[in-house]
Structure formats: structure tokens, C-alpha cells
Design a protein around this ligand. Structure first.
Ligand SMILES: [Zn+2]
Ligand SMILES: [Zn+2]
Length: 173
């Protein structure tokens, strides 16, 4: 998403656009067919770009949905995600060259062209949770027989307790 600083006039302008998973080049898992992670919904951007002299502000919201595997029970889940966009971009002045890459909410642009794609991609990456769970009540899988305890039950826990007791009895003997 590129624009020219001089095109930001008056109340600024809006960017309303939609991108697909192949746009998020920093998260290759999203397009990898073998990966459990994927986009369930395209990425919607609703951003307002304004400027005060040479300082550019980008504010708004990103909406998207992902498909992932529950970290506990491995079932497929779809969750909606949102990220607030609040970015300030300053012109990179030669004399400030040592000020580095800036932090996540403050970036720099060179010349007259502002590119916010890198920032938006990074924001999407940090919005995706590392561990997705299907719900707080998810009981997960039995660590012994692997059955999904959300919709079935097994006797493993009972049997494990029994065998632990048996071992104790053996020690006593
Ligand atoms: Zn689950
Ligand atoms: Zn079990």
C-alpha cells in the first residue's frame, strides 16, 4: 500500500481494501497447503491517512479471520481477529539516520513515497495467537489413548490411578 505524501490533503483520505493470504508474505504458513494455519476470511482494511506538515498518521482497523487447530484437542477452529492500526510515519532525515528502524507504532519513510505494507503485515503477524484454543472449556485429548475428551470419555485416568495404587501395594509387600 503505497501513496505519495503530497496526495494527503485536507481531511486526508481513506483506504478501504481487501487482501488475500498471498499478500501476507511474512507468514508463509498462511498459503502453505500443509499448514494447519490459514485465512478463513480475507483481510479487510479500513484506514484513514492524515498528515500534519510532513508527519503522516494512519489510523483504523484490520479485520480478518483465521482457521487453525485447537492446541488442546486438535479440532479445526475459525476465529475472527481485529487489529487497531495507529501508526505515525516521519520523513527519514539524513541527520536522523542513526535513529534506526523505529518501533512498531512509529516508522519512517524516504522521499515522498510512504509504504505501509510492511507495518500492516507485521501487525497481522503479531495479532495471530501462537496457541489457538477452541474454547476455554476445551478438555483436550487424553494423554494416554488420544481420545477427544470433549465428545467422548475413556477409563485411562481411572486405570492409571488403579495401577499407581497397585505399584504402591507392591512396594509395601
Ligand atoms: Zn479444543
Ligand atoms: Zn484415554
Amino acid at each position: 500500500m503505497l501513496f505519495n505524501v503530497d496526495d494527503i490533503t485536507g481531511d486526508g483520505f481513506q483506504i478501504k481494501t481487501r487482501k488475500q493470504s498471498d499478500w501476507v508474505t511474512n507468514i508463509p504458513e498462511l498459503v502453505d497447503e500443509l499448514s494447519d494455519l490459514g485465512l478463513a476470511k480475507d483481510i479487510d482494511f479500513d484506514l484513514t491517512v492524515t498528515r500534519i506538515i510532513r508527519e503522516v498518521s494512519v489510523n483504523g482497523l484490520i479485520n480478518f479471520g483465521i482457521r487453525a487447530r485447537c492446541a488442546r484437542c486438535l479440532s479445526e477452529v475459525e476465529i475472527d481477529l481485529k487489529s487497531d492500526v495507529s501508526l505515525i510515519l516521519s520523513p527519514r532525515d539524513e541527520s536522523f539516520a542513526e535513529s534506526g528502524e523505529g518501533d512498531l507504532d512509529h516508522d519512517f519513510y524516504e522521499g515522498d513515497t510512504v509504504d505501509i505494507s510492511g507495518y500492516l503485515r507485521e501487525l497481522i503477524a503479531i495479532t495471530i495467537p501462537i496457541n489457538v484454543i477452541c474454547g476455554n472449556e476445551c478438555k483436550g485429548l487424553c494423554s494416554n489413548c488420544g481420545i477427544n475428551l470433549n465428545n467422548a470419555s475413556c477409563n485411562c485416568e481411572k486405570n492409571l490411578k488403579k495401577s499407581a495404587f497397585a505399584v504402591l501395594k507392591d512396594i509395601k509387600l
